[in-house]
Design a protein around this ligand. Structure first.
Ligand code: NAD
Ligand code: TYD
Length: 379
């Protein structure tokens, strides 16, 4: 039975990853290490934790003693490091926390893995490693910086981070690569584009727009809304990590993306349209609206759910203009291709939010409201 340490799995992508892995591989054990920051929610994975195949440990990836203890106790074959501060806007407010978690936390895990996995030295003085172990770092396309109107991020594109978030993720990647070169540590890195799907914290664009529509609030679009992101359904990202972790070449970076570039304004308009469409097809969804005004047919009105809700607000500082991934390497080497077209993925995602408002209420409590007021009142 292979044992995985998965950090940050009470968050968006990590939670989707462990659900996917537990369903796909009956014979694995997963230990989740998560600090349960504002972005982590134990409720998201409560149904997965059975203390046999899936064990939860609340703790900090920066905690050396805890990391050593876990490696000694569970003898991990794999580490998949999702744990991070992940929101660019928050990194602009508090860069140091990003440095702490994303850089020092990753380096702490690398060291714990080194202490646990090294078996001796080869004739050149390089450490030798337990057969088959691997440290996988979950990274982002934001490490490459920002593109103009054309071109793609390739694995060879120079690293050029521009926000405190992307600077911290880049630095973590460099440490992972340094451990690969210096100690011959078996590592892989994936750099993925923007994810969307279930369990996405509503500070990020798509879930925030859905939440605001349901609450009858304005929809804040930064700047002129022409910034481009390359959107990938979260399960496709999980599949890519599974591929790279098990079949990727050690020491390599793989870009992950689905050639699905969209301007932010397009995403917002599409979300508005999709919610209206779903509420037309299935009027019961209208009960999810906070604002319940009756229309002429005696049904909860939805005609106000339109583009007039959009409000252009002050731009993000240093806002990257465009991200776009070239996924040729992972496709040709490992046969990975995205399976969920955006048109289907966005409907699935919105339907999930409409049907899981309890989850949103649980995760977006008082702290979220405080954050929202602070972040958006001065825009
Ligand atoms: P998230 O913010 O939803 O979740 C992060 C999780 O990490 C939370 O459960 C949180 O409690 C936990 N965490 C934070 N600090 C911790 C610490 N010190 N110790 C232990 N746990 C801690 O993030 P996400 O969107 O799921 O992103 C996961 C990873 O994927 C991140 O490394 C991020 O950089 C990367 N990534 C995200 C995207 C995206 O679109 N969301 C795209 C590419 C890469
Ligand atoms: P976000 O979801 O924060 O992801 P990232 O910054 O990692 O790409 O933002 C996606 C895009 O949407 C980004 O260009 C910023 C923009 N945005 C808005 O226009 N309004 C919002 O309220 C948010 C949260 C983001």
């Amino acid at each position: 039975m292979k044992t995985y340490l998965v950090t940050g799995a009470a968050g968006f992508i990590g939670a989707n990853f462990i659900k996917y892995m537990l369903a796909k591989y009956p014979e694995i054990k997963i230990v989740v290490l998560d600090l349960l920051t504002y972005a982590g929610n134990l409720g998201t994975i409560a149904g997965d934790i059975d203390n046999e195949r899936c064990i939860f440990v609340k703790g900090d990836i920066c905690d050396r003693e805890l990391a050593d203890e876990l490696f000694a106790k569970y003898k991990f074959d794999y580490v998949v490091n999702f744990a991070a501060e992940s929101h660019v806007d928050r990194s602009i407010e508090n860069p140091q926390l990003f440095l702490q978690t994303n850089i020092l936390g990753t380096q702490n895990l690398l060291d714990a893995a080194r202490r646990a996995w090294v078996t001796g030295k080869d004739e050149n003085g390089y450490p030798t490693w337990i057969e088959g172990v691997r440290f996988h770092q979950v990274s982002t396309d934001e490490v490459y910086g920002s593109l103009g109107e054309t071109g793609y991020f390739h694995e060879t594109t120079p690293l050029d981070p521009r926000s405190p978030y992307s600077a911290s993720k880049t630095s973590a990647d460099l440490f992972v690569q340094a451990y690969s070169e210096t100690y011959k540590m078996p590592v892989t890195i994936t750099r993925c584009s923007n994810n969307y799907g279930p369990y996405h914290f509503p500070e990020k664009l798509i879930p925030l727009i859905i939440k605001n529509i349901l609450e009858g609030k304005q929809l804040p679009v930064y700047g002129d809304g022409t910034n481009v992101r390359d959107w990938l359904y979260v399960e496709d990202h999980c599949k890519a990590i599974d591929c790279v972790l098990h079949r990727g070449r050690t020491g390599e970076v793989y870009n992950v993306g689905g050639h699905n570039e969209k301007q932010n304004i397009e995403i917002v308009k599409l979300t508005i349209q999709t919610i209206r469409q779903l509420m037309t097809e299935q009027p019961a969804y209208r009960l999810m609206l906070k604002k319940q005004v009756m229309d002429a047919n005696g049904e909860i009105a939805i005609d106000w759910i339109n583009d007039d809700l959009i409000i252009f607000v002050k731009d993000r500082l240093g806002h990257d203009q465009r991200y776009a991934i070239d996924p040729t390497k992972i496709s040709t080497e490992l046969g990975w291709t995205p399976e969920t077209p955006f048109e289907k993925g966005i409907v699935k995602t919105i339907r999930w939010y409409l049907e899981n408002q309890d989850w949103v209420a649980e995760i977006a409590g008082g702290d979220y409201m405080k954050y929202y007021e602070q972040m958006y009142s001065n825009r």
